[in-house]
Ligand binder design. Structure first.
Ligand code: SAM
Ligand code: SF4
Length: 473
């Protein structure tokens, strides 16, 4: 069979990135190879996100740009997958006349068949069928060999929480956990292909396995911690209402678990939290933050905030600002509330004006910027253990060969801070390639979104070679 080229545009969260890897892996069986050049593609897939209105607009603007390509290349197949596909179904075919395929969040395993049918019959297909069981993809065990040091592994799909603003339960279905053995197998295979860090993904990882009577999440973490060759474990997202004592203790007990938790608060006002159906109060949240910090003093805590939820008064908003100031998060993702189809808050009254939402968002971002800058400053002159992910963005731009003593590398601390650095440890082998290794970096400069430094010759500069069985965590 002749090699064909696949271009994937992934819009959205880490789960979409993982799904795109699964899509690429499945299509390898039809001889599709990934290309970074859209003009070269025989098949273009847009893997979409519907979480906020803005993400959805991005999808349609990208699809609009494909009209010309399809005209030039009539055999080009264009497909839309993910959350927008699940939500809109056949309506997207009506809106985009040159689109061939719409496939929902539970249709990834059926995608190769759909592509074959479209190629042979020149038809258009919509597949948005959902199921309450996870269809384990044979090829998911092999992992798509991206060669990346850090990889995502979805451990559960869907969500049963029905926060009133959120579209996830409608587009990703009911919460379902994967078999722990399949997860461990997949992680072992990823380590064989060079991964040193995995991020376990789920909308609420804290409730992993409970419904199915599988392992609990802390038990699963323990199993992952035992995987040889893996250096670091991360996870996201943790719902504050289900953050257990056992999970908090895992930060102390498991040597590979990174000292970072993403714990979305959404609002600092109890009245708004209730309207959001979050099932915790600000007091419960603050108590959990205190327990986390007592157990693991250097833990970094990041969060999500929604501003301008329907009915959010200036006083409610002030409570959010106060809470941000009290907790001093290490980082924040802040969003303007937007109505989502099916989500019940779309029917709430007292919507907040766009200008007011914009102002509130800016206030949150400015406050957090001051906090992050201040917190990062305290790291100056410290030595941080960094897992090296590759060249820094700046390095990619100047394109210096990796053997250059001036090569600038990038990686992250256990607390998830980005560190760009020069590797000045003086040994040839380390100068050539430190990717996938833990190196000790002395922090020389701090910024609001990253740190900068260099390795120190006197420190143990690198270990954990790619593919090796032995490692130091
Ligand atoms: N499952 C996670 C949790 O419970 O916190 C969050 C998942 S959601 C993909 C990521 C973030 O998007 C949410 O934490 C929330 O802050 C934001 N978000 C979700 N729906 C939104 C909406 N309708 N408008 C604005 N932001 C929204
Ligand atoms: Fe959405 Fe809430 Fe589920 Fe998170 S927990 S995915 S915010 S419904």
């Amino acid at each position: 069979m002749k090699t064909k080229y696949l271009y994937i545009n992934t819009i959205g969260c880490q789960m979409n990135v993982y799904d795109s890897e699964q899509i690429a892996n499945g299509l390898k069986y039809l001889q599709y190879e990934m290309t970074p050049f859209i003009e070269k593609a025989d098949l273009i897939i847009v893997n979409t996100c519907a979480i906020r209105e803005k993400a959805e607009q991005k999808v349609f603007s990208f699809l609009g740009r494909l009209a010309g390509l399809k005209k030039k290349k009539p055999d080009l197949i264009i497909g839309v997958g993910g959350c927008v596909a699940q939500q809109e179904g056949a309506k997207i075919l009506e809106r985009v006349p040159y689109l061939d395929l719409v496939f929902g969040t539970h249709a990834i395993d059926r995608l190769p068949d759909a592509i074959q049918t479209i190629s042979s019959k020149k038809c258009r297909i919509v597949d948005t069928q959902m199921s309450n069981q996870i269809k384990e993809l044979d090829f998911s065990v092999n992992g798509y060999d991206t060669g990346d040091v850090t990889r995502f592994v979805t451990i559960m799909q869907g969500c049963d929480n029905y926060c009133t603003y959120c579209v996830v339960p409608y587009v990703r279905g009911r919460e379902t956990s994967r078999d722990p053995e399949k997860i461990i197998d997949e992680i072992r295979r990823l380590v064989e292909t060079g991964a040193r860090e995995v991020t376990l993904l789920g909308q609420n990882v804290n409730s992993y396995g409970i419904k199915e009577g599988l392992l609990t999440f802390p038990e699963l973490l323990r199993r992952v911690n035992d995987v040889d060759g893996l250096l670091r474990i991360r996870f996201t997202t943790s719902h504050p209402k289900d953050l257990s004592e056992n999970l908090i203790h895992a930060f102390k007990d498991l040597d590979k678990l990174c000292h970072h938790i993403h714990l979305p608060i959404q609002s600092g006002s109890n009245r708004i939290l209730k309207r959001m159906n979050r099932k915790y109060t600000r007091e419960i949240y603050l108590e959990k933050v205190e327990k986390l910090r007592n157990t693991c003093p250097d833990i970094a805590i990041t969060s999500d905030i929604i501003v301008g939820f329907p009915g959010e008064t200036r006083m409610d908003f002030q409570e959010t600002l106060d809470l941000i100031g009290m907790v001093e998060f290490d980082g924040l993702f802040a969003f303007k509330y937007s109505d989502r189809p099916n989500a019940s808050a779309a029917r709430f009254s007292n919507k907040i004006l766009e200008d007011e939402k914009k102002q509130r968002l800016q206030q949150v971002l400015d406050l957090q910027d001051q906090i992050t800058t201040r917190k990062n400053k305290t790291l100056k002159d410290s030595i941080q253990s960094v897992l090296v992910e590759g060249f820094s963005k700046k390095q990619n731009q100047i394109n210096t060969p990796d053997s250059s003593p001036n090569a600038q590398w990038t990686g992250r601390t256990s607390t998830n801070k980005i560190v760009n650095f020069y590797n000045n440890d003086g040994t040839d082998s380390c100068n050539k390639n430190v990717m996938g290794r833990l190196v000790n970096v002395r922090i020389l400069k701090t910024f609001s979104h990253s740190l900068w430094g260099e390795t120190n010759g006197k420190e143990p500069a690198c270990f954990g070679l790619r593919g090796e069985k032995s490692y130091v965590a």
